[in-house]
Design a protein around this ligand. Structure first.
Ligand code: AMP
Ligand code: GLY
Length: 430
């Protein structure tokens, strides 16, 4: 592709560290003339124009797309995809020619419904935990199925539950009570009108990221995130407290298994099932013995995994997006930085439960050896202040992940805000 072939205005939807990282990478491309982020955060406002609209207000998005002559839309979070933003564009004559990076609603069900994802995997022989799904009408069979399993018991709300819909219980009676809470008491609202019960898989987790144009695919660097709030993977689940890329135990031989047993059948399964897909597929995996199995699909990039995956991608991201939307991804050669990248999330004290907002963040300009990706941070009277639980991700490069993580922690020493918290052991289990 010649450098001057494409120059365009681009809109990124979302407001987290993932979207700041997308914006940071897109802003480095010669192919981007004007970059917009909706709604964005204090980090994106420094490199793009923030548009104060919600990611699920499709009409407002259309209006801004037309007004700002946007020629490519990159969708960060799952919500607008599961609600059908791509279909909305395709169904509107004014905007149907504008490429959207993110799958259509039918394929977004891979994340929007656990049952849909499990049935997709069964149909295409993709290794995953054995499962059955139940509704209020079949709760008695659900109890029986639990009795047939060995502990721990894995219960999953079928729909989107903001990362909270999975329960892992050691005790059969507790599992039955929770199944009842989910199916009969709407523990996770509408998301738990159906519940998937599955076999517990024992192993170490990692994530594999794939981009596809619906025909071909490319595998991005692997990453491992740290979901629990406490040191040593203890305490409540969060959106993610840090990440490392590459994953040291994802050897070439293991990656070949992932590609042949999981990635290829996923892409060909989408084609066979007539599920159009232009976007990212985030495959949550678990290594059981020497075999990869799928824990879940997400139809977007991970956060904070993006903060370590994109910094290692040397290829121009706009050229990749263009190729994805033209179905010419096979022409693209991905160039990956050999260095490791790590990120550590700074969060508001109290997160993932209640926390205070509006705390001024000091020291951002002092950080010289790391990248600072803003997440729950916003500008207020010219100051950067906290506005969410996960506040910023501090990403560093190193010859090894240990060297990178050391740099992230050195940079964090320069940063502070009232009640700042972070995990001091990212990478401890590698
Ligand atoms: P999910 O929302 O499906 O990613 O599940 C959240 C977390 O629960 C995963 O990251 C795993 O740590 C754990 N998990 C989910 N399913 C299983 C399973 N079948 N066996 C063991 N752990 C699981
Ligand atoms: N970090 C996990 C996720 O983005 O779902």
């Amino acid at each position: 592709m010649r450098k001057d072939d494409i120059i365009m205005n681009i809109l990124v939807l979302g407001s987290g560290g993932r979207e700041h990282t997308f914006a940071w990478k897109i802003a480095q491309s010669e192919h981007c003339s004007n970059l917009f982020v909706a709604p964005g955060n204090s980090g994106t406002s420094a490199i793009a124009t923030n548009l104060n609209i919600s990611v699920t207000d499709f009409e407002a998005i259309k209006e801004q797309v037309l007004q700002n002559k946007i020629e490519l839309v990159v969708v960060g979070p799952e919500d607008p995809l599961v609600k059908g933003i791509h279909d909305y564009f395709l169904g509107d004559n004014d905007i149907k020619h504008i490429p959207v990076i993110g799958p259509q609603k039918a394929a977004a069900q891979l994340e929007g419904s656990k049952e849909f994802a499990k049935e997709f995997m069964s149909r295409h022989n993709i290794p995953t935990a054995a499962f059955k799904s139940f509704t209020a009408d079949t709760i008695a069979e659900g109890y029986e199925f639990l009795e047939s399993l060995k502990p721990p018991y894995v219960l999953k709300a079928d729909g989107l539950a903001a990362g909270k819909g999975v329960l892992i219980l050691d005790d059969l009676e507790d599992a039955k009570t929770e199944l009842k809470n989910m199916l009969l008491e709407a523990k996770f609202g509408n998301a738990s009108t159906k519940v998937v019960i599955e076999e517990f898989l024992d192993g170490i987790e990692l994530s594999c990221f794939v981009i596809t144009d619906g025909k071909d695919y490319k595998i991005l660097p692997t990453a491992k995130d740290y979901k629990r709030i406490g040191q040593g993977d203890t305490g409540l689940n969060t959106g993610g407290m840090g990440a490392v890329s590459p994953v040291p135990f994802a050897t070439e031989a293991f990656m070949e298994k992932i590609e042949s047993k999981i990635v290829k059948p996923t892409i060909s399964g989408l084609i066979q099932d007539n599920l159009p897909y232009v976007g990212f597929i985030f495959i949550g995996l678990i290594k059981v013995g020497d075999e990869p199995k799928v824990i879940e699909y997400n139809v977007r990039m991970g956060d904070p995994e993006t903060e370590v995956v994109l910094p290692r991608l040397k290829t121009d991201l706009v050229e990749i997006f263009k190729a994805m939307s033209n179905q010419t991804l096979s022409d693209i050669e991905l160039e990956i930085d050999d260095r490791a990248a790590t990120t550590v999330m700074l969060v508001s004290g109290g997160y993932p439960e209640s926390y205070e907002k509006g705390k001024e963040i000091h020291g951002i300009d002092e950080v010289k050896n790391s990248l600072v990706f803003h997440a729950g941070a916003t500008l207020s009277e010219g100051k950067v202040v906290t506005s969410g639980g996960r506040v910023m991700a501090i990403t560093s490069y190193g010859k090894t992940y240990k060297e990178a993580i050391k740099k992230s922690y050195q940079s964090i020493n320069k940063l502070c805000f009232d009640k700042m918290y972070y995990r001091k052991d990212i990478g401890f289990d590698l």
